[in-house]
Ligand binder design. Structure first.
Ligand SMILES: [Fe+2]
Ligand SMILES: [Fe+2]
Length: 306
């Protein structure tokens, strides 16, 4: 099915999906977030905090994921998608592509809305308050990768951020809908989200092929060498909110550092990045990004090749 054929008006979540609501499930033992995706949860220093703290840590992990999503969709994905839709992206596209970009813009705005909606619902019902979340440092890091590699082409860097992110397949999107231990409202919104993202994945893969075809050889080299860092930057665990949550659970600063250090060993972080980026890496390989000077070396150095 091509992106054109999909009937967005019938199937997009923003068009026909119901508002997802938290039911009276909080006392049934369902979890806020899959415990397997919260690496610090079983650390001995965390385990000894007791069941109530563990519950709060899981709720805050969910809030952080949803807060991140709400910010990322509007501030990163839609920043670039709006350029495509408005014909200001530097890539020549037809009207159909622009129409699809406006559809994605609506999708992403809606993903932000329900992410924030569920934070509010769960916080109210559970009594666990979300910690303040600042997306700024993550965004600055992501933008710095583009500014360094493509200093005179901020629009291109922003497009690449989105191509990368929209072709990643994170464990959260693939695993949560299937996990019967997780709150239904959480599984529902992640399933809704993953469904839309399947279509976005196709759109941005196609868009990247167009972009690549229109770039000069020189520019392709710069793009190829920048992609691995964008992938890593998008997928590296954001440890700032993790530290804040552990501190809020009552751990002293040095213990927080020990827990973070033990829970995110570089080898398993790298493995997670490789797994989530394998489709993106295959796309980049197919267009020839590994064949340009320095391309394969950059992917190798970032630990992205099997
Ligand atoms: Fe999205
Ligand atoms: Fe998307």
């Amino acid at each position: 099915m091509s992106t054109r054929e999909r009937d967005w008006y019938q199937r997009a979540g923003v068009r026909g999906g119901p508002r997802r609501r938290l039911t009276d499930e909080l006392d049934t033992g369902r979890t806020f977030f899959p415990t397997a995706l919260v690496p610090y949860l079983d650390h001995p220093r965390v385990a000894e905090l007791g069941e109530a703290s563990r519950r709060e840590l899981l709720a805050r992990h969910l809030f952080q994921y949803l807060d991140f999503t709400a910010q990322f969709e509007t501030r990163v994905v839609n920043r670039a998608t709006e350029r495509i839709a408005g014909n200001r992206c530097g890539v020549e596209t037809g009207a159909e592509v622009r129409l699809d970009a406006y559809r994605i813009y609506c999708d992403e705005g809606y993903h932000s809305l329900y992410s924030f909606d569920v934070v509010q619902q769960v916080a109210r019902a559970s009594g666990v308050a979300p910690l303040p979340y600042d997306f700024g440092p993550f965004l600055q890091r992501l933008d710095a990768v583009g500014t360094e590699a493509l200093p005179y082409e901020p629009a291109l860097a922003q497009l690449l951020q989105v191509v990368v992110f929209e072709t990643l397949i994170t464990a959260v999107l693939s695993d949560i809908p299937k996990d019967p231990d997780v709150l239904t409202v959480v599984r529902d919104i992640v399933r809704d989200h993953a469904k839309d993202e399947g279509w976005h994945h196709m759109f941005f893969s196609h868009f990247f092929r167009e972009l690549w075809a229109q770039e000069s050889a020189r520019s392709r080299g710069r793009i190829a060498r920048c992609l691995p860092d964008l992938i890593r930057c998008s997928l590296l665990p954001d440890l700032r909110p993790v530290r804040a949550s552990l501190a809020a659970a009552g751990l002293a600063p040095d213990v927080v550092e020990d827990v973070v250090h033990d829970s995110y060993p570089p080898a398993s972080v790298d493995q997670g990045i490789r797994r989530a980026s394998r489709h993106a890496v295959r796309l980049f390989e197919e267009v020839g990004a590994m064949a340009v000077p320095g391309g394969a070396e950059a992917f190798e150095a970032a630990g992205l090749l099997p």
